[in-house]
Ligand binder design. Structure first.
Ligand code: APR
Length: 239
């Protein structure tokens, strides 16, 4: 077992999670040999071009992901982060690349979904309307609703080539953080893969948790090797 990581009274903790934190809930990661991008070409389902070309293919992919995600339950890692937030209050901030809602179900409140949320849809024309709750598993494009401006609803997902959500809030939180904990993300998608570098500029302690080294492994001062659900419970000691 890894020795405990101390969180001091003056610390502020920024957590970044990726698909690995939901792996033990049964949700596929992206880049594993049997991952989501092994079964699909991301250019076909997760880019603005894909949406232009074939919106049904995109909705079919995200409907399948909804089906899996809505059936999944939070695991020990989600719950451990919920517990940590309970102890740290507003000194804790969670940024997830995940589009499932397992962090919320695991007890997290102060969080942003920088790559969007499966349980929402939004206007394809970006007319300014807020995203709407949408949990439907679509069987055909005819079932997909429209925005009040008349444009079609698209998944509330940040496609490759689009700008992630809430970046200025994320930047502010990283600037205030004294500890950055990154869990279950391969470090291959930017800007998230750079957050650890931003935190280092502010002299934060940087910790990676996962079963294998991410691409940006060299940027972390501590690496805790293991599955998130096995490693996280009991890892942090709040002073
Ligand atoms: N606990 C912790 N980490 C795990 C576990 C586990 N039980 N199982 C796997 N991992 C790690 C893998 O070692 C890998 O480093 O999770 C990481 C998953 O990496 P990716 O599949 O690349 O997922 P992620 O980094 O979240 O992808 C980032 O890419 O396709 C886009 O928008 C999508 O948000 C996603 C982004």
């Amino acid at each position: 077992m890894h020795s405990q990581i101390l969180i001091y009274p003056a610390d502020r903790v920024f957590v970044l999670t990726g698909a690995g934190v939901s792996a033990e809930s049964g949700l596929a990661t992206f880049r594993a040999s049997d991952g989501l991008w092994a079964g699909y070409r991301l250019e076909d389902v997760c880019t603005p071009d894909a949406w232009e070309r074939d919106p049904w293919k995109v909705w079919e992919f995200y409907s399948a992901r909804r089906r899996a995600a809505f059936a999944a339950k939070p695991n020990a890692a989600h719950r451990a982060l919920g517990e940590l937030e309970k102890r740290l209050g507003e000194r804790f901030f969670l940024c997830t690349q995940n589009v499932d809602e397992l962090h919320e179900l695991g007890g997290s409140f102060n969080l942003v979904h920088m790559h969007g949320e499966l349980a929402k849809a939004r206007c394809e024309a970006a007319c300014g309307a807020e995203p709407v709750d949408d949990r439907r598993i679509y069987e055909s494009l005819h079932e997909v609703g429209h925005c009040r401006c008349g444009a079609r609803l698209r998944p509330h997902i940040v496609f490759f080539g689009e700008t992630p959500l809430e970046l200025s809030r994320i930047q502010d939180e990283i600037n205030r953080a004294t500890v950055m904990v990154v869990i279950g993300t391969s470090g291959s998608v930017y800007p998230a893969a750079n957050f650890v570098q931003w935190a280092r500029l502010n002299k934060a302690r940087t910790i990676y948790i996962g079963p294998e080294a991410p691409l940006n492994a060299g940027a972390f001062s501590i690496t805790v090797e293991g599955k998130a659900g096995e490693v996280l419970p009991g890892l942090f000691r709040v002073e």
